[in-house]
Design a binder for this molecule. Structure first.
Ligand code: ADP
Length: 602
C-alpha cells in the first residue's frame, strides 16, 4: 500500500524528464486534442500578441511625449499621447482578459477530454493490468497527472508565450531605438541568465524534494488510515505518530529550502534591473551629453529595462510547470497506450432468450504470468446442472470461474457456451446471462437498494423487494433503520458477513441469469444465518446452470456432480459417493475441510 499516490509522484522520473523525451508520440497525442481548438488557439495567440504590444507601447509613448512634445512645448501633442496611453491600457486589459479566459477554456476542455478518455480506457483494461498496477498509481494519473497538465495548458503556455513576445519585443524596440545603448544595456543579460540558471536548477531540485516529501507524507497517511484497525488493535499509535512527525518535519525542511531559493530569486531580478537601469543612465546620460541620443530615448530605455527582467524570472517558474506536466503527460500516455487485452469479437453474437445454457471447457490452459494455473482443463456442464468444484487452495478453481465469465481469456483451448465460443458472444449478452457471486462481496458506500440493483439500476424497488423476499433477505433489510434506503457504509461495514452474502445473492439475481457462478464464502456464520443462506441458495440455484466452488458440505450436497481440481486439471469427476470410494484427494478434503460443518452427507 505504501507509496500509492505518493510513489507515483516520486517514481515518475520527473527529474529525468526533458524536451527530448517529449517524443513525437506525446506530441501527436497532445496534438490530437489540441487540433480541435485551433481557431480558439489562434485567437488566444493573437490576444497574447496584443497584450505584449500594448504593454510595450508605454515607454515608447513616453519617449515621443518627451522628445516631440514636452521639449517643443506642444500641449496638444501631449494630450494625444495621453489619450494613446490610456487607450493602450484599455487594449491591454481587454486582451488580457480574453487571453486568460481563452487559454483556460482550451486547457480545461482538453484536460476534461483527456480525463474522460483515460477513465474510459482504464475501465476497459483487463484484470491482468489491474493485478500488476498499483491502484494509487492509477488514481494519481487520473487526478494529479491530469491536473499537472491542466496547469501547463491553462496558465503555463500563456506565461511562456507572453514572456517570449515581451522579451523579443523589447529587444527589437531597443535595438531599433538605439543600437549602441541597447547593446550596452544587454551587458547585464549574461549575469541575469547565469543567476537564473544557478537558482533555477536549485529551485527545481528543491521543489522536487518538496514533492517527494509530500508523497511520503501522503503514503504514510494513506497506509495508516487504511490500517487503523490493526494499528489500534496492536497499540501502535504512539510509534506511528512518531514516524509521522519525522516525515512531517522533513516536509517542512524541504519547503523551507525551496522558500529560501525562491526568496533569493526576486532580489536577484531586482539587482539585474537596477544594474540595467544604471548602465542606461550612465552610458545613456553620456550619449545625451555628447548629443548622440535624446532624453526621450533614456526614458524609454528605463521603461523597457524594467520590464525586461520579470519575464526571465517567470521563465524559471514556467519551467517547473512544464517539467511536471511533461512527466504527467508521459504517464497518462503510458496508460492510454496499454492495449485492451480483452477484445470484443467482431461477431458480437447475442444469446437467444431461450439458449441452451450448457458449458464446455475444451483443452483450456491459462497462466497469469508464466506458470500455468489452468492446465489442459476439460469440463462439460449440462444445461440446468449444478456442478461443484472442490480442490486444495491454489488448484485453480477461482481461475476457472473467472475464465468462464471472461474476466480473463484462456491462453489455449476454448470455452463454449451453448456451443458458441464465449469470445464471440457480445460482452453485454454474456454478462447479462452469467451472474457471479464472488467469495468477497464488494459493496459500495451506498444504500442497500442501490447496491443490490447495481447490475441494472433501472429495476424498480418493488422488483428488488420481491427478489429479496425469495432469498429471505427482506426481513433483515426491512428492520434496518431506513430499510432499503439504509447506507451500508464503506465496504458494507455496517453489515454482518451473512447479511453481505444475502445481498450478494440478491444482486446475482437481478438479471435473472441462466448461468450462475458461485464462489462460496469461507467465512463461518452462526447456525441460524447458515440455515438462511442455505435456503436462499436453493432459490439461487433453482433452474440455472451452476458452476460453484464449494467450501461447505451443505452446499456440496446441492451439486449433481463434483469435480476435484488439482494443479489446474480435473483429477476426477463424480458423485459424492463415487468420489469417496475412488478418490483419495477427495476423501482427504472431505475429512480435513468439509466435515468441519459437522454434517453427514445424506
Ligand atoms: P483456488 O481458487 O483453487 O484456490 P486460484 O484460481 O485462486 O485457486 O489460484 C490458482 C493459482 O493462481 C494460485 O497459485 C494463485 O496464487 C494464482 N493466482 C490467482 N490469482 C492471481 C492473479 N491475479 N495474479 C497472479 N496469480 C494469481
Amino acid at each position: 500500500m505504501r507509496g500509492g499516490f505518493g510513489r507515483r509522484i516520486t517514481s515518475g522520473g520527473e527529474e529525468e524528464f526533458s524536451l527530448k523525451r517529449l517524443d513525437k508520440h506525446l506530441f501527436k497525442f497532445l496534438f490530437s486534442y489540441l487540433k480541435k481548438y485551433y481557431k480558439k488557439i489562434v485567437l488566444a495567440v493573437l490576444a497574447m500578441l496584443m497584450v505584449s504590444a500594448a504593454s510595450l507601447a508605454g515607454p515608447y509613448l513616453a519617449k515621443v511625449a518627451v522628445d516631440n512634445y514636452i521639449a517643443q512645448g506642444d500641449l496638444q501633442g501631449l494630450n494625444i499621447i495621453f489619450i494613446l496611453l490610456v487607450l493602450s491600457y484599455g487594449v491591454y486589459w481587454f486582451f488580457s482578459y480574453h487571453q486568460t479566459y481563452l487559454a483556460n477554456y482550451i486547457g480545461q476542455q482538453i484536460v476534461g477530454e483527456i480525463r474522460e478518455d483515460l477513465y474510459k480506457h482504464l475501465q476497459g483494461l483487463s484484470l491482468r493490468f489491474y493485478s500488476k498496477e498499483n491502484t494509487g498509481d492509477i488514481m494519481s494519473a487520473v487526478t494529479h497527472d491530469v491536473n499537472a497538465l491542466s496547469d501547463l495548458l491553462s496558465t503555463g503556455f500563456i506565461h511562456l508565450l507572453n514572456d517570449f513576445f515581451t522579451v523579443t519585443g523589447i529587444v527589437v524596440i531597443m535595438l531599433m531605438l538605439d543600437m549602441k545603448l541597447a547593446l550596452a544595456a544587454f551587458i547585464v543579460i549574461p549575469f541575469t541568465f547565469l543567476s537564473v540558471k544557478f537558482l533555477g536548477k536549485r529551485m527545481r531540485n528543491a521543489y522536487r524534494d518538496v514533492r517527494e516529501r509530500l508523497a511520503d507524507l501522503n503514503a504514510d497517511v494513506e497506509e495508516n488510515l487504511s490500517g487503523i484497525r490493526l494499528i489500534q488493535a496492536l497499540n501502535r499509535e504512539a510509534q506511528n505518530s512518531g514516524e509521522f512527525k519525522k516525515l512531517s518535519w522533513k516536509n517542512l525542511k524541504a519547503n523551507l529550502a525551496a522558500a529560501s531559493y525562491f526568496a533569493l530569486l526576486f532580489p536577484l531580478m531586482e539587482l539585474s534591473k537596477v544594474l540595467g537601469e544604471a548602465v542606461v543612465l550612465a552610458y545613456g546620460g553620456y550619449l545625451v551629453i555628447t548629443g548622440a541620443v535624446s532624453i526621450g530615448i533614456i526614458i524609454a530605455f528605463m521603461g523597457y529595462v524594467r520590464r525586461f527582467f520579470a519575464p526571465l524570472a517567470d521563465l524559471s517558474q514556467v519551467y517547473n510547470t512544464y517539467q511536471s506536466a511533461g512527466a504527467a503527460l508521459d504517464r497518462i500516455h503510458h496508460f492510454m497506450s496499454i492495449e485492451k487485452t480483452l477484445q470484443e469479437s467482431k461477431q458480437k453474437i447475442e444469446l437467444a432468450s431461450n439458449f441452451k445454457a450448457e458449458i464446455d471447457f475444451k483443452k483450456v490452459s491459462f497462466a497469469y504470468d508464466k506458470e500455468k494455473v489452468i492446465d489442459d482443463l476439460n469440463l462439460k456442464i449440462d444445461a440446468g446442472e449444478v456442478f461443484a468444484l472442490v480442490g486444495p487452495t491454489g488448484a485453480g478453481k477461482s481461475t476457472a470461474a473467472k475464465l468462464m465469465s471472461r474476466l480473463y481469456d484462456a491462453d489455449e483451448g476454448e470455452i463454449l457456451l451453448s456451443g458458441i465460443n464465449i469470445k464471440d458472444i457480445a460482452f453485454n449478452s454474456l454478462r447479462q446471462n452469467i451472474s457471479v457471486v464472488p467469495q468477497d462481496v464488494f459493496l459500495f458506500d451506498s444504500t442497500v437498494l442501490e447496491n443490490i440493483r447495481y447490475p441494472n439500476p433501472e429495476l424498480s424497488e418493488a422488483d428488488v423487494i420481491e427478489i429479496c423476499r425469495k432469498i429471505n433477505a427482506h426481513q433483515f433489510i426491512k428492520n434496518m433503520p431506513k430499510g432499503y434506503h439504509t447506507k451500508v457504509g464503506e465496504g458494507g461495514v455496517k453489515l454482518s458477513g451473512g447479511q453481505k452474502q444475502l445481498l450478494s445473492f440478491a444482486r446475482a439475481l437481478i438479471n435473472d441469469p441462466n448461468i450462475l457462478i458461485l464462489d462460496e464464502a469461507t467465512s463461518s456464520v452462526d447456525a441460524y444465518t447458515e440455515n438462511m443462506i442455505q435456503d436462499a441458495m436453493e432459490e439461487l440455484l433453482a433452474g440455472r446452470t451452476v458452476l460453484m466452488i464449494a467450501h461447505r458440505f451443505a452446499t456440496l450436497k446441492k451439486a449433481a456432480r463434483i469435480g476435484v481440481m488439482e494443479a489446474g486439471r480435473l483429477a476426477a469427476v463424480g458423485t459424492h459417493q463415487e468420489l469417496m470410494k475412488e478418490n483419495q484427494l477427495y476423501r482427504e478434503l472431505v475429512e480435513k475441510q468439509l466435515l468441519k460443518d459437522g454434517e453427514i452427507y445424506g
